[in-house]
Design a protein around this ligand. Structure first.
Ligand code: PGA
Length: 240
């Protein structure tokens, strides 16, 4: 595990540099992408690098971590909408090669097919992650089994509360379930990059990376990943 500590902006720049290197070395790479407030600054940096001609997404394939059950891509709080507006519509990516789990009309079998698609594309080269206050990665909540692929989850109450800020502060509007890549899917990525910002993440970052590896803290499994980088600001890393 490699840990990098700097300001939020410098963290985003360093993370963007990982992408610049990867995309220049392997223009056909497969990216695992994330949503939420954490990656917003990184996506800004990637858009700027792309506009400056320093990297291109032209031949890249992407797979997002998760999507709310019941929201389709035109819903402003869907993760497809987030990705389109924060990255895909602003760079030179071929949108037919961007994948976000479908939130509507999906059976468990169809959800699991996402893992087959990722495999067929060659596997994820670089998986981006944030971390939930309860230690979730993607939407793998505490106590979810480590050996699951993409599946449907019930969101933890803590997650619903944390995410209501995106739904006019109204908990009732937050979907209660999501499709998420499983921990197994995430651990199969060749490299994993987690970004963590803010005081609110300090306790869970300490628990996840300096405590026992346990399904109670899903992110703790990343201690076992052979190529894992944690990039965090002073506040998020203040307890370690
Ligand atoms: P956040 O969410 O980036 O909005 O804090 C992180 C997560 O839930 O994975």
């Amino acid at each position: 595990m490699k840990i990098i500590r700097d300001t939020q902006r410098n963290c985003a720049r360093m993370a963007a540099e990982e992408y610049r290197k990867l995309l220049n070395e392997n223009p056909h790479c497969v990216l695992g992408l994330a949503t939420g407030s954490t990656p917003e600054m990184l996506y800004e940096e990637l858009v700027a690098l792309c506009k400056a001609g320093k990297l291109s997404f032209k031949d890249v394939t992407t797979y997002n971590l998760d999507e709310y059950v019941g929201l389709d891509g035109s819903h402003p709080q869907s993760y497809r909408y987030f990705m389109d507006s924060h990255l895909f519509n602003l760079v030179d990516i071929d949108k037919t090669r961007t994948h976000v789990p479908c939130g509507i009309g999906v059976t468990d079998e169809m959800a699991a097919h996402y893992d087959d698609e990722i495999k067929q594309a060659g596997g994820v080269d670089l998986q981006l992650l944030g971390i939930g206050h309860d230690g979730h990665i993607g939407f793998n909540e505490p106590h979810d089994a480590f050996d699951l692929g993409t599946h449907c989850v019930d969101l933890a109450q803590e997650t619903i509360e944390a995410n209501k800020r995106f739904f006019d502060g109204n908990e009732d509007l937050v979907p209660k379930q999501a499709y998420t890549m499983g921990i197994k899917t995430i651990m199969q990525a060749r490299k994993v990059l987690m970004v963590a910002n803010g005081k609110g993440k300090a306790d869970i970052v300490k628990k996840a990376f300096f405590g026992p590896v346990t399904p109670e803290v899903p992110a703790s499994i990343l201690q076992m990943h052979p190529d894992f980088i944690l990039v965090g600001d002073e506040e998020a890393l203040s307890e370690i």
